[in-house]
Structure formats: structure tokens, C-alpha cells
Design a protein around this ligand. Structure first.
Ligand SMILES: *Cc1c(COP(=O)(O)O)cnc(C)c1O
Length: 369
């Protein structure tokens, strides 16, 4: 029996009736953009995240990009970003015309290391963009403390962490604003592209609302150079159905992560570490192995699919060739060693046991220390 890396089919088949009803509701309304489904979803998701405002947009990259624009961050400005993140975090900054300044992670959590932020701040720094990587909340309190000291904006990249808690509070409401993604593979995924901005600042919410709609608040009156980036009615209707399942799915993910933690050979691999204040939602279950390609091949031979998030850090991507990004040895080591194991809400606990057994038999060298 194969163990796929991800299963996007079963949960949607389980919700087929509700998703179909949602679609029929939109069809019957004849209203496809900026209607009642979007308005309802925005209210429901804002409440879920403990934010005053949610603004639906076309995708997660746009959510982050439009937020930077809303804060007036652009050419000449610097934004502190993790050195080990999905490239979209950096792309949002470069799309706004600003400069990403990479900060290395805490090796234990893979999240941006608050202790390294201060040294990266210059007179041009305008914002910090922490990523709640793999569904694990970043250590927000010290990040916010640095931001307050230097008058910086904190924009969370919450694309991988819908439902995660930091000291009991939901991500998306911890910084000044947050961008999130409803790409189908995320914990809360649409049936296509989607994203949202969360903030408790009504002026920022208004600016993003204008930017997503050609820079217009009043039809055919354009105050700023805007974009077209919207969360359509169909996706909003689907997301309303799926939002009701998000907590249950995250509970499943947590149970599987616990099962992995019990079953995996901790002497052979580095397992994810969870700080006491974190309640992660396990978008990905990422271990570190020295001989990754060999391990992947052994698992593949037993029908177990794995993936790598991410094999090339942003600063080594061809699109970011040119500038001197400084030495980022941690990002490069992680990129060489990280391995994402299968984890999705419909996965059986027995499958976790099989993955663990396969890893025990994979001929891994014991790790020293
Ligand atoms: C998925 C993702 C994004 C981008 O979201 P899209 O909807 O695919 O544009 C941004 N940041 C992180 C960390 C992500 O995982």
C-alpha cells in the first residue's frame, strides 16, 4: 500500500454535498465577484483569527505584497525576512520594490531567530515579516519588542499556519497585520487560488480593499494605482464550508505529529521541536537527515512519498542572483537536510508507524550529539 505525501481528494469527497450546495448557492445568486459569500467569509475568518478585519485577495503572495504597499513600503526600504522560507515571502518584498534582508532561523524551530533581528536593522528598515513556518508560530513577543524599539511594522506570513496558537492567541492577529494563503494544499485551502489579509487597523484594511480592486473605492474612480486581486464568490463559499472543519483537521494533524514524535528514531534524525508556548498546526512535518537523497529513495522503494521544503533557499535562487546576501550557513544547511514526511488529516496512524519503521530500516547513521 502506497502512502502518498498528501491527500487532497478524500476530504473534498467527504464534503461533496456541502461543497456542491455552496456552489449551487453561488450559481443561483448570479453574483460571482465581491458579493455576500466574500463578505460572510471575511467576517467568519476574521473572527476565527481574532482580527478585526479580513480582506480576501487573489492569493497569499498578493496578500503580503498588497500589505507592504498599504504600509507605503517600497523602493529604498528594507524588510527583514527569514533566510529559510518559501520564495513568496521574498517575492512580496521585491514586488513592492523594497529590499529583503535575510535573517537566519533558530535551528531548533526553523523560525526566524529574534536574537538576530537587532543586528540586521538599519536606518532603512521598515518592517519585519516573520513566517510561521511549517505551521509552527514564530516567537512573536521578542520580534514585536524589536519592532517597537525601532518603529517597524510586523507583517506575519501566516500562509502555513491557519489555526496555530502563540501563547494561546491565534496567528494572524499577533502582528500589525498578516497575509495568508488558501492554496489548496494549505491547512485551509480553497478549490483554487485564494488569500487574505488580516489586520486590526481599519485604515490598512481599507487600503488593501482599494488596492485589490484597481485602486478604487467608488466605481470608476481611481485614487491609487491598484491591482486586480480578488477572492471570488465560489472560493469564498467553499472556504466557508471548509473553515468549519479546520479545527478538527488540525486536531488530526496534531495527533499524527504526536504519533510521529513517539515512533520516529530520535537518535537517527532531528525531530521538530515545539516550544512550550507554541500550538503548531503541522502544515508540514519536517525532520532533518544528513543523507537525505538516499533516505528518500529508500522510502520511495517502500511506496512512501516525501518532499523537501525547500531544497534551495531564496538567496541561492537564480532570480535573486546578483546582490551579496551575506553568509547564510543555517539556511543552506537546512535546505540540504530537511525532509517533509507525509502528514494530512485523512492519514491513518498505522501509516505513521510504517513511515517510522521504514526510517528505522533506512540505514541512517546515528547522529552525534
Ligand atoms: C504558500 C505560501 C505563500 C504564498 O501563497 P500563494 O497563495 O501560493 O501565493 C507565501 N508564504 C508562504 C510561507 C507559503 O507557504
Amino acid at each position: 500500500m502506497k502512502i502518498p505525501f498528501l491527500d487532497l481528494k478524500t476530504p473534498h469527497l467527504q464534503l461533496q454535498d456541502e461543497l456542491t450546495a455552496a456552489m449551487q448557492r453561488v450559481l443561483a445568486s448570479g453574483w460571482f465577484i465581491a458579493g455576500p459569500e466574500l463578505e460572510s467569509f471575511e467576517a467568519e475568518f476574521a473572527r476565527y483569527c481574532g482580527a478585526a478585519h479580513c480582506v480576501g485577495v487573489g492569493n497569499g503572495l498578493d496578500a503580503l505584497h498588497l500589505l507592504l504597499r498599504a504600509y507605503g513600503i517600497g523602493p529604498g526600504d528594507e524588510v527583514l525576512v527569514p533566510s529559510n522560507t518559501f520564495v513568496a515571502t521574498w517575492l512580496a518584498v521585491t514586488q513592492a520594490g523594497a529590499t529583503p534582508v535575510p535573517v537566519e532561523p533558530d535551528a531548533a524551530t526553523h523560525n526566524i531567530d529574534p536574537a538576530r533581528l537587532e543586528a540586521a536593522v538599519t536606518p532603512r528598515t521598515r518592517a519585519i515579516m516573520p513566517v510561521h513556518l511549517y505551521g509552527q508560530p514564530a516567537d512573536m513577543d521578542p520580534i514585536l519588542a524589536v519592532a517597537r524599539r525601532h518603529g517597524l511594522v510586523v507583517i506575519e506570513d501566516a500562509a502555513q499556519a491557519q489555526g496555530a496558537l502563540y501563547k494561546g492567541r491565534p496567528v494572524g492577529s499577533l502582528g500589525d497585520a498578516a497575509g495568508t494563503s488558501f492554496y489548496p494544499g494549505k491547512n485551509l485551502g480553497a478549490l483554487g487560488d485564494g488569500g487574505a489579509v488580516l489586520t486590526s487597523d481599519p485604515a490598512i484594511a481599507d487600503k488593501v480593499r482599494r488596492l485589490r480592486n484597481y485602486g478604487s473605492e467608488q466605481k470608476y474612480k481611481h485614487d491609487v494605482l491598484g491591482y486586480n486581486s480578488r477572492l471570488d464568490e465560489l472560493q469564498a463559499a467553499f472556504l466557508r464550508v471548509k473553515l468549519q472543519r479546520l479545527d478538527a483537521w488540525n486536531v488530526q494533524r496534531r495527533a499524527l505529529a504526536d504519533a510521529y514524535a513517539r515512533a520516529l528514531p530520535a537518535d537517527l534524525l532531528v525531530l521538530p521541536q515545539v516550544p512550550a508556548w507554541a500550538e503548531p498546526v503541522w502544515h508540514l512535518y519536517v525532520v532533518r537527515v544528513a543523507d537525505r537523497e538516499q533516505v528518500q529513495a529508500r522510502l520511495r522503494a517502500q511506496g512512501i512519498d516525501t518532499m523537501v521544503h525547500y531544497p534551495i533557499p531564496p538567496h541561492l535562487q537564480a532570480c535573486y542572483a546578483g546582490p551579496d546576501w551575506g553568509a547564510l550557513p543555517l539556511a543552506e544547511t537546512l535546505a540540504r537536510e530537511v525532509l517533509s514526511l507525509p502528514l494530512y488529516p485523512t492519514m491513518e496512524t498505522a501509516a505513521v508507524e510504517r513511515v517510522a519503521a521504514a526510517l528505522r530500516d533506512a540505514g541512517l547513521a546515528p547522529r552525534n550529539g
